[in-house]
Structures are given as C-alpha cells and as structure tokens.
Unconditional design. Structure first.
Lengths: 295, 454
C-alpha cells in the first residue's frame, strides 16, 4: 500500500479531532452540563454539591464541614432548602469561604467545629468564587454517557420513598459491626497530632468570616458532631475543643444537638454510620425548627 | 517538569526549533545536553551536582577502564552501584526529618537529599556505558557524547534503558528532512492517550486500594481494582515509554521498544520479554549472563533467576514489598521452567488462552506489592480478597466506567493486528485524531507517572 504523506496524515488527524470536539461542543450547548456525572471519588461527590450550590437558587441553610459532616446527606433532613457543602478530606473553612464569596447568602450557615486543623483549599475557593458562567465548553462524553445510563437505571427516589427508607433504617437496631481495629487506629492517629497552631489560625479566620457574613445579614452557628467516647478524649479532639470554645464562649453561638450516644455507631472509628447520621440529621432538624420559626 | 505539563510542551518546542536551526547544527549534541540538564534541574536544581558527579565519575572510569579493564571496570561499576545504594536505600536506616544525623554538615546534607529522580535509570546507563565501550575497545568517546547518552531528556527519568552500544553510534548530525514525523506522532499521541485517558482515570478508582481506604471495599471490588491497577500501571508506563520513543525520534534517536503486549504472554518467561523489555534485557545482559545464566546446570539456573528477579525487585525500591514482588516473579519463572517445553508443544487455542489467563492473573496479583509497598498492607489487601467484606458502608464503584477506561488496553492487546495494518490502515489518522479529542475531553486528574518514583 502506498504510504500517505505526512501532511495528509496530519490534516486528517487534526480534522477528525476538530470534528469530534465540535460535535461535543454542540452537544454541550444543546443539552447543557446539568447531568449529574458519576462520582468515582468522594471529592467528585463534593464537586457535584458545590456545582449545584453555584448554579441553583441560594438555599435557606448551608452546612460547611469536614468528612464528618459529609455523612449527613441532604435527604436525611426534612427541610428541602438545605445544602451540605461539607468536604470529605477537607476543611470547614473552605466551604465557609465559598459561601462568603457568593453574592447572596443563605439565611443560616452551620459550621462544623470538629476538624479545624486543615487549611483552606484555595483552588476550590477560587473556582467557586468566580462570578459569571463557570460551565465548561465541553462535557466529558464517557462520563456523561455513563451518567445518563445510571440516571435511567436508578431514577432518583421520591420524597416519600426516601422517608420510608429512613424510617425503616431507624427501626433497625444499631449496627453490631466490630470496629475495634479502626477505632484503635483512629485513636492512635488522633493522639499523635498536636493541632494547636493550625486550629488557632483557623479559628481566628472563622471568627473573621463569621463577622463578615453576619454583617451581611445571615446568621452563623457552630456545631460539634459526636465522636465515640474514646475519641472524644483524644489529644487532637480535646485541643480543638478547648481552642474553639475559648474563642466562641457564647452558648448562643452554638447549635445544640441532642442524641443518645448509645444509639450511635462509628463504623470506621471516626465517621457516623448511616443510621447514626440520620439520627443526628433529624436532631439538627429539630434544633433548627425552634430557631427558624417565624418571629 | 512532567511530560504532561504545558511547560514541557514549550520546552520541547523551543529545543526542537533550536536543534534544527541551521546555524546551530554543529552544536546539536551540546544543545541536547544543556536542554537535558535544564529538564532535570527544573524541579530539583540541588540534584544537578549529583548528576554531574555520576556522569563525570563514569567518564573518568571509562577512560581508565579502556586502559586497564580488569581493574577499573569493576571499580566503575561499584562506584555507580554505591551511588544507587546510597540514595535509594539510605532511608531504610535514617529518618530524613531528624536534625543533626551525624553532626557533620556536608554529610547530613547528603543524607537528607531526596531520592534523585531517575537515578535507577541513569545508573544502569552508566554501567552499560562502561561494559559495552570497554568491551569494544574503541577510542574513548568525547565527554559531551557520554553526557548525552546518560542524560538525554526523553529517557532520563524513566527510560527506556538504552544500551550504550545501541545509542552511541546514533550520535551524529541530524537533519530535519530525516524526521519520521508520522511515526513520532503515533508514539507520542498513543503515549499521551494511554496516560491521560486510561491511567489517570483508572487512578481515581485504584486510589481506593491505598491504606486505609481499601478497608471500605467489598470483596468483589478488591478483585476488580487489582485488575484495574494492572491496566493502569501498563497504560502509565507504556504511555511514558511511548512518549519517550516519539520524542527521541523527533531529535533523530531511536530508543528501544519497552512493551510488546505483555498481557497476552503465554508464560512468565515470555512476559519478561514483553514487559519493561529494556530493564529485563539489561538484567539479562549485565547480571544473569555474568552470573552464569543457564550454563551451569538446573540448580544454578534457578538460583540465578531468583537472584536476578530479587535484585530487579529491589531496584524498584527499598522495601520488603518490592523484594517479595521480584522473588515471587523469580519463583514463577523457576516453577514453569521444567514444564515449558511440554506446555509449548500443546498447540490448542483453548489451552493457549488458559495459559495466557493464568499468567495474566498471577502477574496482576503480584502488582499488589507495587501498589502497596508496605508489606503488611499488601498482605492485608490480599487476605481481604478471600474473605467476605463486613463493612456496612462500602465504597461504590462504577463498573461501566471502569470498563470504558480500560478498553484501550484491552483493544490494544486483543484486536487483530492485521486489521489495523490492512483494511483499517487508511483510517489510522482519524483514529489518532479521535484519541486527541478524547484525551482532551476525558482526561483524568493529573497524577505523576508511576515509574517516576523509581
């Protein structure tokens, strides 16, 4: 077979690349980028929520936190206008900075005060603080195809179906999963850390952000999620609690969450399991009801 | 500077333009040496002196060994192995974060230096240079040529490990008209596609194999991820090697092919003629054969195989996991050797497929020691593959996505080659164009090449 000239080869190569890019660009413009792409990592899941926060109307209540709060899924709450911007592996500060940089604020911001040693994810803050359209020109064709298939296969549950599933879950006894290995490891890690310097810096920044947000008319409350008794006594947890309570000593600054500790489980030693997360979410719901009642 | 960064694109464009600029033609070798030094020192300038010591030292021992090979060749090899051993294995004995290791500032500085990128590769180049050129007994090459062979930037960080007797004769003036543009483009595009589309996307999923995340996996997902990692490490390293080969072609140098569809190997010995070919041929030439190879009876052959594979494992890193990986590969080679001829005599398609499957599954399982160099973690992962998971909140993996990201590796291995060389030949540029679009649209999050750590 006769060899193709290099110019012809490259022209055909570039042509087919351009055709595919153009087709994908047109499809993106036609269908939009609203389809929820599959989250292959927890960070993907976070980005989905942040994208929704940037695009949809500002909700009434926003939660910012770490992976501890990430477990409190939005559909565990009775309130529809609730967004959880907690970042798995991230800091509550990142979410708080993003909320602060939006032109409009929610009525209430809930800030988790458990994990305060991590620094702000500046790249994420920058990405979600830009004004204007941040939609990409092209969607990812493979992920979009898979997302369309998954959405077709697993249509989102209705509010009634979710409520039924949650009440079924709550009727079950607490899990008897033996988490000793994970709990011991978590305790070891938590005792090895001295988060004093980082927590002091972050708490100061949180104080500044709270002041700035409240000047704009929104309210900010802090809350603490329960750890297992063992972990509550760990070095890192104790230091964090002392610093944050010293800075925010006013009890009105805190959201009170009621729970029965014996009902809660931490499958991996640190994070609440699904049933426990539902219990805590419903407790938060009750606390908010009294706070947000029209005056 | 990684191959996938925009800085690297600008760097290659600039060097390429200057390299073929007619007034600079007489300085092509010097230009490549300077460019390679810039490439190496871009991220870690503090390691440039080490590279210089290794290259100057090797040049000095080469000159001496050309006069007296019996004495100076072993000294030159020992010098290079000492460099490798010091930088690669010192962290087994010291804690880099501790202050005042010896109390002597220059020694502490050396002890705290990080692992120099590519040291495993350029030390093997140095040894090849010493052995090959002193064997040929030709006039010594000039210092610039020696430097170019050792630090030529496409192959500096992760190979392919090019033998001196193959590279040195290629050092001569290069002409723009001689560049095989299509061939170079095919290598480079395939390399970037395998890295960006396959390896980086699969890496998102296989990150769940890391400790302690793997404890959240269901048993069947542990199995799936091991196979995905097998595809990922191939796509990552094949991708790097393909980019290196393509870039070298742009500058007029032909580097050895490093992969030849390794996952269709019918035996473990065949696997090592298809996977990281440049490393296995280096080990065969400079270690297995000098140890006696298969010339001294069955027991010595088996012992030599175990030594070579064990050292090959340790070459990748200082850890029990890497040693185990090498020794287990050695054990597989030893076990199959007595039966190899009989197995090869059975010429049935089903039997060949079964053999290929056994080799693929064994090789894939052993990658666990690569992914989890901590031996305890590797064993814990492995044992979890054979017990049912009790985690009440397992990680969700998308199997369809896993298949779509692995597909290029599967197609490359199993699609009949005659199809692409015959009927589909005319469609080749369109195929590569589609790869460009797909790697742009669907690239996974940036991660460094797996073999950079070695």
């Amino acid at each position: 077979m006769q060899e193709m000239s290099a110019v012809k080869w490259f022209a055909r190569c570039v042509f087919s690349a351009m055709v595919l890019l153009l087709a994908c660009g047109l499809a993106t413009a036609w269908f939009g980028t609203g389809l929820q792409l599959p989250a292959t990592t927890t960070r993907d899941g976070t980005l989905i929520t942040l994208n929704r926060y940037a695009k949809e109307p500002i909700p009434e209540i926003v939660i910012v936190g770490s992976s501890l709060s990430f477990r409190l899924k939005e559909n565990y709450f009775a309130r529809a206008r609730m967004r959880n911007l907690a970042l798995a592996g991230g800091s509550p500060l990142t979410g708080l900075e993003i909320v602060m940089n939006q032109p409009r604020l929610p009525r209430l911001v809930l800030v988790e005060a458990n994990v305060l040693s991590r620094s702000t994810d500046t790249a994420l803050v920058e990405k979600y603080s830009r004004s204007g359209n941040t939609d990409p020109m092209f969607f990812r064709p493979i992920r979009t195809a898979v997302a369309a298939y998954e959405n077709w296969l697993h249509a989102p549950l209705s509010h009634t179906q979710v409520s039924l599933a949650l009440s079924r879950l709550l009727k079950q006894p607490p899990s008897d999963f033996d988490n000793r290995i994970y709990a011991d490891r978590a305790l070891q890690q938590s005792n090895a850390e001295d988060p004093t310097v980082a927590v002091r810096e972050n708490v100061t920044r949180i104080e500044q952000l709270i002041a700035a947000i409240e000047r704009r008319g929104a309210r900010v409350l802090l809350y603490e999620l329960p750890y297992s008794e063992q972990l509550e006594r760990s070095r890192s947890a104790k230091i964090t609690r002392e610093i944050v309570h010293a800075k925010f000593s006013d009890p009105d600054r805190w959201l009170r969450i009621d729970f029965t500790r014996s009902d809660l489980r931490w499958a991996d030693g640190v994070h609440l399991d699904e049933r426990s997360a539902v219990i805590i979410a419903q407790s938060i719901d009750r606390a908010l009801s009294s706070l947000l009642e029209p005056t | 500077m990684t191959f996938t960064s925009w800085q690297f694109g600008i760097f290659v464009g600039t060097v390429f333009g200057a390299y073929y600029f007619p007034p600079l033609r007489a300085l092509q070798v010097q230009l490549l040496v300077i460019a390679s030094l810039f490439f190496y020192g871009y991220g870690q300038p503090e390691l440039l002196p080490l590279l210089a010591v290794a290259a100057f030292g090797t040049f000095l021992f080469l000159i001496l060994a050309l006069r007296n090979r019996r004495i100076w060749l072993p000294v030159g090899i020992a010098f290079n192995l000492a460099l490798l051993a010091f930088f690669k294995y010192k962290f087994l004995f010291i804690e880099p974060s501790s202050t005042g290791l010896t109390g002597v500032a220059p020694i502490d500085l050396l002890l705290k230096l990080p692992l120099p990128i590519g040291i495993s590769f350029f030390v093997f180049h140095n040894i090849s240079l010493l052995v090959d050129l002193t064997r040929q007994k030709n006039a010594p090459p000039d210092l610039t040529s020696v430097f170019l062979y050792i630090i030529f930037f496409p192959q500096l960080v992760s190979g392919p490990i090019t033998r001196a007797e193959m590279f040195m004769p290629q050092i001569k003036p290069k002409h723009f008209a001689d560049i095989p543009f299509i061939e170079a483009a095919k290598w480079i595009l395939a390399g970037f596609f395998f890295k960006l589309y396959v390896a980086n996307n699969l890496n998102e999923m296989t990150s769940y194999m890391d400790f302690p995340l793997y404890e959240t996996l269901q048993t069947q997902d542990r199995w799936l991820l091991v196979f995905l990692y097998s595809y990922q490490i191939y796509a990552d390293f094949f991708g790097y090697s393909a980019i290196a080969i393509g870039l070298a072609l742009l500058f007029g140098y032909r580097l050895p092919i490093n992969f030849n569809l390794p996952y269709i190997s019918l035996s473990f010995s065949e696997f090592w003629t298809r996977w990281h070919i440049s490393l296995s041929s280096w080990l065969r030439t400079y270690l297995y054969v000098p140890l006696g190879g298969n010339r001294h009876g069955a027991f010595r052959t088996y012992l030599n195989l175990m030594i070579v594979m064990g050292l090959g494992g340790l070459w990748h890193g200082a850890g029990l996991g890497y040693l185990m990986w090498g020794l287990l590969h050695g054990a597989l080679l030893v076990m199959e050797r007595p039966f190899l001829r009989r197995l090869q005599s059975i010429d049935l398609a089903v039997f060949r497929a079964a053999r290929a499957s056994v080799v693929f599954v064994c090789v894939t399982m052993l990658w666990i020691f690569f992914k989890l160099p901590n031996f305890d973690h590797a064993i814990s992962y492995l044992s979890g593959m054979f017990t049912s998971s009790t985690n009440p909140n397992p990680t969700k993996l998308f199997y369809n996505l896993a298949l779509l990201y692995s597909l290029p590796v599967i197609i490359q291995h199993f699609a009949p080659r005659s199809l692409f060389e015959g009927r589909l030949r005319a469609a080749e540029p369109y195929l590569y164009g589609s790869m460009i679009a797909l790697m742009y649209l669907e690239a996974g999050p940036e991660t460094s090449f797996i073999y950079f750590q070695f």
